[in-house]
Design a protein around this ligand. Structure first.
Ligand code: BG6
Ligand code: MG
Length: 228
């Protein structure tokens, strides 16, 4: 057996980012950040918001403040991040399974039927609230979120922990991500990647689909046996 041949590494675990991959919560992050920017006296566009995807809460605030050209002390920054989070939590506390993104549920069900492990790898500290409200918890063999990690993506920690918890070696794992930082984290963790979104943005991904509605287990194994 040639260990360099990807045919010898069928996928045994799928690791999913949450926001923008499984659920449509990226819009709520945007609404809350936009509200904060407006309170601080500047506007914040959806294009600016792209830079926040996959980035931790405090790092997101730093980017937002740089857009507004505002410098603040650490205590004020903490207060503002908490304020943004309280608005965000208000939004997600009302969400339900209608905010699961197209194809996500069917793909999770198919993976389960095939005995492929499923793990969450999210930067969010609110991941459990979202998974509970969307009734997604039962699908996961491991849930790694922002409460369990110390290093934010593009550090590979979140995915390495996920792979360890499901006992699958990185070369048998594939990561589904909508953020460039997340794709980079997966690559640094030695895993293969499927980008959710546009191939123009997710240039480092092995393969890009516009949503999980384009995925099936048969396609996954086929793509991953040819991906380099
Ligand atoms: C990521 C989002 O999943 O979680 C980021 O893409 C967000 O936009 C990050 O900043 C942290 O989320 P939270 O819920 O802990 O503020
Ligand atoms: Mg995301």
């Amino acid at each position: 057996m040639n260990p360099m041949n990807p045919m010898n590494h069928p996928i045994q675990a799928c690791l999913f980012d949450l926001d923008g991959v499984l659920v449509d919560t990226a819009k709520y992050h945007f609404l809350a950040w936009e509200r904060l920017a407006n309170e601080l006296g500047f506007s914040f566009t959806e294009k600016d918001n792209e830079r926040l995807k996959g980035v931790s809460r405090m790092a997101s605030l730093e980017i937002l403040l740089s857009v507004g050209n505002i410098q603040l002390d650490e205590l004020t920054k903490m207060t503002l991040a908490e304020k943004k989070n309280s608005w965000y939590v208000d939004y997600i506390s009302k969400m339900d399974d209608t905010e699961i993104l197209p194809g996500a549920l069917a793909f999770l069900q198919e993976l389960k039927q095939h005995g492929i492990k499923i793990a969450l790898g999210s930067a969010s500290k609110n991941a459990m609230t979202i998974l509970n409200n969307a009734n997604l918890v039962p699908y996961f063999d491991a849930i790694i979120d922002g409460t369990k990690t110390t290093n934010a993506k593009p550090d590979p920690e979140v995915f390495i922990l996920g792979a360890k918890e499901v006992h699958i070696a990185p070369e048998h794992c594939v990561v589904f991500e909508d953020a460039e930082a997340g794709i980079e984290a997966a690559i640094r963790g030695g895993m293969r990647t499927i980008g959710i979104g546009s191939a123009d943005t997710l240039t480092l991904a092995d393969y890009v689909v516009s949503s999980l509605a384009e995925m099936s287990v048969e396609k996954l194994q086929r793509i991953m046996s040819t991906a380099t």
